[in-house]
Design a protein around this ligand. Structure first.
Ligand SMILES: Cc1ncc(C[n+]2csc(CCOP(=O)(O)OP(=O)(O)O)c2C)c(N)n1
Ligand code: SF4
Ligand code: SF4
Ligand code: SF4
Length: 582
C-alpha cells in the first residue's frame, strides 16, 4: 500500500508556476503591526518573511544582545478552536492560566472606573474571595491569535463540567476577541496588594515573562518556565542548555522571554548542550563579585559622607533582607535614591558605584535544560555546580528522552519505554537523579509535576529560590515523544503520580536545623497500577504490540521497582531528626 501511495504521488506531480508578484485582489498583510518597535519592523519582520539574507550586518546589535518580548508580534493564528470563558460559572481559581503552556490566558483585576470605552463583548465578573477588590472587576481574556488550541486550559479547569471554559470554532469570534485582547492589554496591571503571588490563585494576576513560544501545542515543559518567570522573572538570569527549551526559548527571529511594563525581565543565554550548569555558575560568580564590589564602594561612601541623608539610604540598602517581592521592590527604590544622590555628589568613585549599583538588588540565577543535558551529557558539570555550595538553581525539564533531536533514550528514559537507541524497550530503570542529590545533604531537591499538583510545584520553586545554596528541581514534562494527544498531558501527570512512578517531594536541608525531617513526601501511597498509566502512551504501547511478553515482563519489573522505591522514600521521610536541631 505504501509503495502504491508513493507511485500515485509521483504520477500526480504537476508543475505550478509561481508568479513573481501577486496579481489577485487579496492584499498581503504587514508581517508585524504598524506600532511594533523599529527593530522589530526592520529586522524581525524581514527574518519572519524568510528574507534574512537581505539584512546588512550593520542592523545586528553590536554587543550580541537581542531584544526580548517579540513573539507577541508574530501572530501565528494556528488554532482552529479556542477557549471561550463563561464568567458566571468560573470560580477564579487560576488553574487554567497555570496550565496554559503558551501563556495565552491572561487575568487582571481592573478598577471599574478604568473600564472606559470597553468593547461591548468584553466579559467581566465580580471578584470572588479577594479582599479590597470591591471596586474592581475580574477579567479573564484569551489572546486568540497566540492560542494553539491545545485544550490544556479546559482540561485543567475544575469547572469543566459546567463549561467555565469551552473550546469553540475560532473564525466567527476572532475579530471580537482580537479587539477584546488589544483593549485588555492596555489596561493597567493588577495592584500587587490585592493578591499573594505565592499561591496559584494569586499567580494568575502576574504577567508571565515568557509568552507565546513556538513549543509544540500542549508542551509539558513550558508551564514550568512560565511559573519560574512569573515568580522571579523581574530579576532572573537564565543559562539554558541546548534542547527544546533553547529552541522555543530563543530561536530567531522572535524571543518569548519578555518584560514587565517597567522594562524588567529575564536575561537569558544559551551556550551549549552540555554546559548550562557551568554557565549559570559563572553568572552566579559574576553577580556575586559585582555585589561584593558595590558593597565595598558603599562602605567607602559611608565613611566619606558627613551626616547627609545618604547614610539612611545606605543603611536601608544594607539591612534589606530581599526575601519577598515587596522587599525586592523596596530595594529598587533604595537603589534609585542612591543613584540620584550619586549623580549630584562629589564622591570620587561615583561612576564606579553607578556601574555596579544594579547588583545591590538580589538576582535569581537559573540553569535550565532537558534530561539529556542533566542526566547524561551535562551531568559532570551539573554535579560540580551542585557540589559547589553556591546559590545556583537548576531546573530539569524531564521529558525522559532527547526531545529536540527526535526522541533518543537518555538515562532518564523509564524501563519498558521504547525510544530511539532503545527500540526493543529500555531494559534498565530510570536513573534517580533526585535521590543522588538528596544524599549530598546540603542541596535543595524537589521533584514536581505541575499538571498533577501545581501548588506543590509552586512551593518547590519558591523554596528552591529562597534556599541560600544550590537547588535542583526535576519537573515531569509530558511531550509529543510520549505518543498520545497532549490534551491528556495533565491527566497522565496525575496518573504518573498516583501510581507512584513519579513521587512528589521536597528535600529542604534548612529543615534539619529546626530538628525536622528535610524530606517531605507530597504525594500519597500508590493507588493505581503502573500499567494503567503506561498503557495510555505509545512509547509503552509499541512494545506491548511488537513484543507483548517482553512488555509484560518489563511492566511487572517496573511495578516492583516503583514499590521498592516508594517504600524507601517513605522510610526516609519518616526518620526522626529532632536530635539534630541546631
Ligand atoms: C555535545 C552535543 N551533542 C549533541 C548535540 C545535539 N543536541 C542538541 S539538543 C539535543 C537533545 C536535547 O535533549 P534534552 O536535554 O533531553 O532536552 P529536550 O530537547 O528534551 O528538552 C541534542 C542531542 C549538541 N548540541 N551538543
Ligand atoms: S487552548 Fe492551549 S494555548 Fe489556548 S489558551 Fe488554552 S491552554 Fe492556552
Ligand atoms: S480554571 Fe476554570 S474556574 Fe478556574 S479560573 Fe480558569 S476558567 Fe475559571
Ligand atoms: S518536542 Fe516535547 S518538549 Fe519539545 S516542544 Fe514539543 S512537546 Fe515540548
Amino acid at each position: 500500500m505504501n509503495i502504491k501511495a508513493v507511485d500515485k504521488a509521483l504520477e500526480s506531480i504537476e508543475e505550478v508556476n509561481v508568479p513573481e508578484t501577486f496579481s489577485g485582489a487579496i492584499e498581503e498583510k504587514p508581517v508585524v503591526p504598524e506600532d511594533a518597535p523599529e527593530f522589530v519592523k526592520k529586522v524581525t519582520a524581514t527574518l519572519l518573511k524568510n528574507e534574512g539574507d537581505k539584512l546588512p550586518v550593520s542592523l545586528m546589535p553590536a554587543d550580541g544582545t537581542w531584544p526580548t518580548g517579540t513573539t507577541k508580534y508574530e501572530k501565528r493564528n494556528i488554532a482552529i478552536n479556542i477557549p471561550v470563558w463563561n464568567p458566571d460559572v468560573c470560580i477564579q481559581c487560576g488553574r487554567c492560566s497555570t496550565a496554559c503552556p503558551h501563556s495565552v490566558i491572561r487575568v487582571k483585576l481592573v478598577k471599574k472606573d478604568e473600564l472606559k470605552n470597553a468593547p461591548s463583548t468584553l466579559k467581566t465578573a465580580t471578584p470572588k474571595g479577594i479582599k479590597g477588590a470591591e471596586d474592581s472587576v475580574y477579567i479573564l481574556q484569551i489572546s486568540p491569535e497566540d492560542c494553539t488550541g491545545c485544550g490544556a486550559c479546559v482540561e485543567a479547569c475544575p469547572m469543566k463540567a459546567k463549561e467555565a471554559l469551552k473550546m469553540q470554532f475560532k473564525l466567527p469570534i476572532l475579530e471580537q476577541e482580537k479587539e477584546n485582547y488589544e483593549y485588555f492589554e492596555k489596561l493597567p496591571e493588577t495592584n500587587p496588594q490585592l493578591y499573594n503571588k505565592n499561591t496559584i490563585k494569586g499567580l494568575q494576576f502576574v504577567k508571565p515573562l515568557f509568552e507565546f513560544s513556538g513549543a509544540c501545542a500542549g508542551c509539558g515543559e513550558t508551564p514550568n518556565i512560565k511559573m519560574l518567570t512569573a515568580l522571579f522573572g523581574d530579576r532572573a538570569i537564565i543559562a539554558n542548555a541546548t534542547g527544546c527549551s533553547s529552541i522555543y526559548g530563543g530561536n530567531l527571529p522572535t524571543t518569548p522571554y519578555t518584560k514587565r511594563p517597567d522594562g524588567r525581565g529575564p536575561a537569558w543565554n544559551n551556550s551549549l548542550f552540555e554546559d548550562a550548569a557551568e554557565l549559570a555558575y559563572g553568572m552566579r560568580l559574576t553577580v556575586d563579585k559585582y555585589t561584593e564590589y558595590a558593597n565595598e564602594l558603599l562602605d567607602k561612601l559611608l565613611s566619606s559622607s558627613n551626616g547627609d541623608n545618604v547614610k539612611d539610604i545606605i543603611n536601608a540598602i544594607k539591612s534589606n533582607p530581599q526575601k519577598t517581592q515587596e522587599e525586592i521592590e523596596a530595594q529598587r527604590e533604595n537603589v534609585k535614591k542612591l543613584e540620584e544622590y550619586l549623580k549630584q555628589s562629589s564622591f570620587a568613585e561615583k561612576e564606579e558605584l553607578l556601574s555596579v549599583s544594579e547588583y545591590l538588588i538580589k538576582k535569581s540565577v537559573w540553569g535550565v535544560g532537558g534530561d539529556g543535558w542533566a542526566y547524561d551529557i551535562g551531568y559532570g558539570g551539573l554535579d560540580h555546580v551542585l557540589a559547589s555550595g553556591k546559590n545556583v538553581n537548576l531546573l530539569v525539564l524531564d521529558t525522559e528522552v532527547y526531545s529536540n533531536t527526535g526522541g533518543q533514550a537518555s538515562k532518564a528514559t523509564p524501563k519498558g519505554a521504547v525510544a530511539k537507541f532503545a527500540m526493543a524497550g529500555k531494559k534498565i530503570a530510570k536513573k534517580d537523579l533526585a535521590m543522588i542529590y538528596i544524599t549530598y545533604g546540603y542541596i535543595y531537591v524537589a521533584r514536581i509535576a505541575i499538571g498533577a499538583d501545581p501548588n506543590q510545584a509552586l512551593k518547590a520553586f519558591i523554596e528552591a529560590e529562597q534556599f541560600e545554596g544550590p537547588s535542583l528541581i526535576i519537573a515531569y514534562s509530558h511531550c509529543i515523544a510520549h505518543g498520545y494527544n497532549l490534551i491528556e498531558g495533565q491527566e497522565q501527570q496525575k496518573k504518573a503520580v498516583a501510581c507512584g512512578y513519579w513521587p512528589l517531594f521536597r528535600y529542604n536541608p534548612d529543615l534539619i536545623k529546626q530538628g525536622k525531617n528535610p524530606l517531605q513526601l507530597d504525594s500519597k501511597d500508590p493507588s493505581i497500577p503502573f500499567e494503567e498509566y503506561a498503557k495510555k502512551e505509545n512509547r509503552y504501547k509499541m512494545l506491548m504490540k511488537s513484543n507483548p511478553e517482553e512488555a509484560k515482563r518489563l511492566i511487572e519489573e517496573s511495578q516492583k521497582d516503583i514499590n521498592k522505591r516508594f517504600n524507601l522514600y517513605k522510610q526516609l521521610a519518616s526518620i526522626d531528626y529532632s536530635k539534630f536541631a541546631e
